[in-house]
Design a protein around this ligand. Structure first.
Ligand code: TRP
Length: 457
């Protein structure tokens, strides 16, 4: 009976297209629009992009299919899924690791999402327009304010909480159907606007003309981390979502579609930011503030001649960014919520509350660590950057690697075959390639990147 109840509570997603959209919604977020440009900017541009694409194809795509296989087969939350399929309890650990990682990510991600909310609010009031200098000062003053960034971050977590508890995910799915295409169209418009600014070509060159002397071991690790972060891999997040998939969902096809869409949005974001940054003389390696100090200039320079257009475009952009961030935070929240609901037999409301409270605490400290408490450093990084690098560069690749090893070596081959090919009806030709990749390429590739970073090879 209890089991039936939890089942009923879990079937949150509606139509087939809705499920795929929700998964794409998890993948597409601040990772594409905020983190990708700033990582690319800090790691030398085009050469980073090439390594990033290689990571998506060789490690990310097979990793995503692996999480899908575990989730859809087990039809359970992160921890139970690994346990069910192996019959060996230690594998639950991968699920626990995922829940831990996702909650930390939710904590610092909400800070950036909160910045977006503040920018939405400020653009409604018409406050974020001005020169490059003005945009930089505005950002610094806001981010270092002791109260404002904390309030916005908490507001964002509360919105996420409300969606997760009320299960209005159906509404979100429906909204995704038209908001995602609008985001894409608006991005294209902004790319065109940004690329037509004076000296924009320097930014385009930065993104597409590789300088291989910029490649070092750290660049490989950052590209790997960014690929996993952007695809929402390595926390059993996609595994949790795949547990809501239908039997006839094509796992390979869906993973390919989501990866292509995700990479496209990241590249478009780069094409929106770098030409504009080059044009007004903002350094591409400005770090986490990059999009916040660059965008107001794009809006002003491209549309400033007609103030109404500038006003509307900036509001639309920040609103879409907030929406994209929300579909991602929902997915991070859902991992822990599903776990506590099903494994600890908690009410969904209480389970969500545990995650909300934990993430809120992390968020408050992260928000302070980039402003009022910026002298507090862990290994030379602010708490926010530390949480970001710890999760993206270490915990996500580790979680992804364990999932690949699990699928490649521990789940009976017959089960993997059934899930990959939907009972032998599709993709059978690519099956052996997939198995080879998850058995050897992914684990070895990730270990090599780690060892290289440590200076061992
Ligand atoms: N992929 C999302 C983005 O690009 C972030 C995200 C959502 C995530 N869920 C995740 C990252 C789970 C790691 C793990 O914004």
């Amino acid at each position: 009976m209890t089991h039936n109840n939890t089942k009923a509570e879990r079937t949150g997603f509606g139509s087939k297209i809705g499920i795929i959209l929700a998964t794409a919604g998890s993948a597409v977020g601040l990772g594409n629009v905020w983190r990708f440009p700033y990582m690319t900017g800090e790691n030398g541009g085009a050469a980073f992009l090439l390594v990033y694409i290689a990571c998506i194809l060789l490690l990310g795509l097979p990793g995503m299919i692996s999480e899908f296989i575990v989730g859809r087969r087990a039809q359970a939350n992160a921890a139970r899924a690994y346990d069910n399929l192996s019959g060996e309890r230690p594998w639950r650990f991968v699920g626990y690791l995922g829940i831990f990682t996702a909650t930390i990510i939710l904590g610092f991600y909400a800070v950036v999402a909160g910045w977006c909310l503040q920018y939405l609010y400020a653009s409604l009031l018409g406050h974020v327009q001005g020169s490059a200098d003005y945009a930089q000062t505005y950002f610094q003053q806001f981010a270092s304010h002791p109260v404002k960034p904390v309030m916005w971050a908490l507001a964002f977590i509360i919105i996420t909480h409300m969606v997760v508890v009320r299960g209005v995910r159906k509404g979100i799915e429906r909204a995704s159907k038209f908001l995602m295409p609008i985001l894409l169209i608006l991005l294209v418009i902004l790319v065109i606007a940004s690329c037509s600014l004076p000296n924009a070509w320097k930014g385009v060159e930065f993104l597409f003309k590789p300088d291989f002397s910029k490649l070092n071991s750290h660049v490989f690790l950052e590209a790997l981390g960014q690929a996993f972060f952007s695809l929402s891999l390595g926390t059993a997040c996609l595994c949790t979502y795949a547990s809501y998939f239908k039997r006839d969902t094509n796992l390979l096809g869906s993973a390919a579609q989501i990866s292509v869409l995700d990479t496209l949005i990241a590249i478009l974001s780069g094409l929106m930011i770098f030409p504009a940054a080059a044009s007004v003389g903002i350094n591409p390696d400005s770090g986490p503030s990059l999009i916040f100090i660059t965008l107001p200039n794009v809006f002003q320079q491209a549309f400033g001649a007609i103030p109404v257009v500038e006003y509307v475009v900036s509001i639309m952009f920040y609103a879409l960014l907030v929406f994209a961030a929300l579909t991602s935070t929902i997915s991070m929240h859902e991992i822990g919520t599903a776990f506590f609901t099903e494994e600890m037999h908690m009410k969904r409301r209480n389970a969500s509350f545990v995650i909300t409270l934990t993430a809120s605490c992390i968020s408050v400290f992260c928000a302070w660590s980039v402003g009022a408490w910026d002298s507090l450093k862990i290994m030379g990084l602010s708490l926010m950057d530390f949480c970001d690098r710890l999760t993206a560069n270490i915990l996500l690749p580790l979680g992804g690697m364990l999932t690949c090893i699990f699928v490649g070596w521990f789940i009976p081959r017959k089960i993997v075959f059934e899930e990959f090919t939907n009972q032998g009806s599709i993709n059978a030709n690519l099956f052996l390639l997939f198995v080879f990749t998850v058995r050897y390429i992914c684990p070895i590739g990730i270990v090599l990147v780690f060892l290289h970073q440590l200076g061992i090879i």
